[in-house]
Structure formats: C-alpha cells, structure tokens
Design a protein around this ligand. Structure first.
Ligand SMILES: NC(=O)C1=CN([C@@H]2O[C@H](COP(=O)(O)OP(=O)(O)OC[C@H]3O[C@@H](n4cnc5c(N)ncnc54)[C@H](OP(=O)(O)O)[C@@H]3O)[C@@H](O)[C@H]2O)C=CC1
Ligand SMILES: O=C(O)[C@@H]1CCC=N1
Length: 280
C-alpha cells in the first residue's frame, strides 16, 4: 500500500495514538504503508514506547512538531480533549495547512475548523477498531475545501484497513456511529452472552468461548461472501419445527430487533449530544 497521489508516500501524524488511531495505522502498516512515514503522539512515554516497539513508527510527545512534519493530521484524542489539543495546534496547523482528519465521535467539522484557526480542508471519519485486523468499516464526510486528491488519499488509507462509505451529509455520521462505530461492542456483547449461555448449558468456559467466537466469525464470513441476504442465510439454518426456529422465535418474542434499534439509536443520539456539549 502506498497511499500516494504523487511519487512519495505522504507523512501522516496521528495526534493521540490510542486504541482507534493505532488500529488504523497498525492496519495500514500491515497492508504495506511505510512506518517511517507515520508519526504517532501520546501523553505517556509508555504508550509511545509500546507503539515504537510494536509498529516501528516515529513517536513524539510534541504534537506541534508532528504537525509541522505532516501532510495529513489525524486527530485521535478523546472528544473531551479535542478543543484544547486543537487550540494548542493552531499555529502549527496554520503554518502548514495539512489535511485535517478527525476520528472523534460527535465533534463537527465546523468546530474543528474553528478551533484550528479556519480555512482548512477537514474530513470527519467514524472508523471502528476491527481496522486493526483489516476488517474495519469507516464512514467519511468531507468539507467542500477537501480536494479530490485528498479524498482519494483518505480513501486509500482506510480502504487498506477495511471498507469505506462516504456520506454526503455530515449528520449521517451519527447513524454510522450507531451502526459500525459502536457496532463491534454489540457483537462482542453477543459473543459474551452466547459464551455465558454455553457455560450455563454445561460446556467448559474454554469450549463455550471457542464455539461462540468461531460461530460469530463463520456467520459474518458467510454474510460477507454469500450471494444471499442475511435473512435468507438465517432461514437456511432454521429447519421447520427444529431447534434454531425455537431459538429465533425466542429472540423475536423478546423483541431483539427493537432492542438492537434502540441501542443503535442511543449511540447516535449520544454522538449528537456530544457535538452540542463539546462545541465551545
Ligand atoms: N475506540 C473506538 O472503538 C472508537 C473510537 N473513536 C474515537 O477515537 C478517539 C480516541 O478513542 P480511543 O482510541 O478509544 O481512546 P484512547 O484513550 O485509547 O486514545 C486516546 C489517545 O490520546 C492520547 N492523548 C491524550 N491527550 C493527548 C494530548 N494532549 N496529546 C497527544 N495525545 C494525547 C492518549 O495518550 P496516552 O496513551 O499517553 O494517555 C491516548 O493514547 C475518540 O475521539 C473516539 O470518539 C472512533 C471510533 C471508534
Ligand atoms: O464509544 C465511543 O464514544 C467511541 C465512538 C464509537 C466507538 N467508540
């Protein structure tokens, strides 16, 4: 993977290289992006040492220095820290005018551009942590200042770690947050629940976990590769008057669809709420 639109790979600074940012650049490096063109920043020396060791990326505590060397700046700090981090970066950002990318839930492009001094190309991204294993899902929105070349660069970066969906309205990123940004946690919770059910039914903890994880993996792989829609794949597991039909009826009677819809909505409502709370 080269992530380039001219001859040399771009230098990308990840400001706040925690779980999400490192999942992205870890996946990019795995796909062939040169670690020498990635700069990661964090507060603690422990985090930076671990990133250097694991990925071979450049690291620094100095966010402004990282920005001054970057073509693309990916903001990966917690939403609550974003305002202060951006304000401290304004001189470096205005001197260099890199493409600004934020992965923070909730924070709008308008807030980011204002906090960073204005007149910037901004892409807002809602990725997810399976990017680390190349199976991420990212929703992206670009402001009008973003050039086709910058869009293509970002598309390349994230396609290396999963699928990419561009949305034409920024507000739709809240829906993306509710479905795929938070989504891995829903599936982990389902795996945890199925594992617990297996233990309750008499399996050892190890066997229950192995079966639950492999079943989730197999179902996702089938849904991903099959020509049939998920509902049809489900029907094919349900023999008439068989065991699965009984279990699926139990889910339907307990309103699983409604439970899932309410959870996804709660996530997206929280994203909108955070945008209001954190705009200053
Ligand atoms: N986790 C997820 O599944 C997803 C997260 N996101 C978004 O990603 C962002 C980060 O979340 P996540 O990765 O989970 O959080 P983490 O806490 O894992 O990462 C945040 C990182 O920011 C670093 N940091 C904090 N303050 C500064 C600073 N002033 N300068 C430089 N680095 C700093 C921390 O450093 P240190 O390690 O030294 O404390 C830490 O490494 C959030 O905005 C979240 O909304 C989006 C989609 C999915
Ligand atoms: O929980 C959060 O706020 C972040 C954004 C989406 C996933 N994790």
């Amino acid at each position: 993977m080269t992530c380039q639109t001219s001859s040399a790979p771009r230098t990308i600074a990840f400001i706040g290289a925690g779980n999400m940012a490192s999942a992205i650049f870890g996946g990019m490096i795995e796909a062939g992006y040169p670690a020498s063109h990635i700069i990661a920043t964090a507060r603690s020396r422990e985090t930076l040492d671990a990133l250097e060791q694991r990925y071979g990326v450049n690291t620094t505590h100095d966010n402004a220095d990282a920005v001054s060397r970057a073509d693309v700046v990916v903001l990966g700090v917690k939403p609550q820290m974003m305002h202060d981090v951006c304000q401290a970066l304004t001189p470096a950002v205005q001197a260099k005018k890199p493409l600004i990318v934020s992965v923070a839930a909730g924070i709008t492009c308008e807030s980011l551009e204002r906090w960073l001094g204005g007149d910037l190309a901004v892409i807002r991204c809602m990725p997810n942590t399976p990017s680390l294993v190349g199976v991420g899902a990212s929703g992206l929105f670009a402001t009008p200042q973003v050039t086709d070349e910058q869009r293509a660069l970002m598309d390349d970066m994230l396609t290396a770690v999963g699928i990419v969906e561009w949305v034409e309205e920024e507000g739709l990123l809240e829906a993306v947050t509710g479905v795929s940004g938070s989504g891995p946690a829903y599936f982990f919770l389902f795996i945890e629940s199925l594992e617990a059910a297996g233990i309750e039914l008499g399996l050892s903890a190890e066997t229950a976990r192995r079966l639950a994880i492999q079943t989730a993996r197999g179902a996702a792989e089938m849904a991903f590769t099959s020509e049939h829609e998920p509902a049809e794949l489900r029907r094919r597991v349900c023999s008439p008057n068989g065991t699965t039909e009984r279990a699926v009826n139990s889910f339907e009677n307990d309103d699983l669809r409604d439970i899932v819809a309410r959870a996804a909505k709660a996530s997206s409502v929280r994203a909108a709420e955070m945008a209001r709370e954190l705009d200053q």
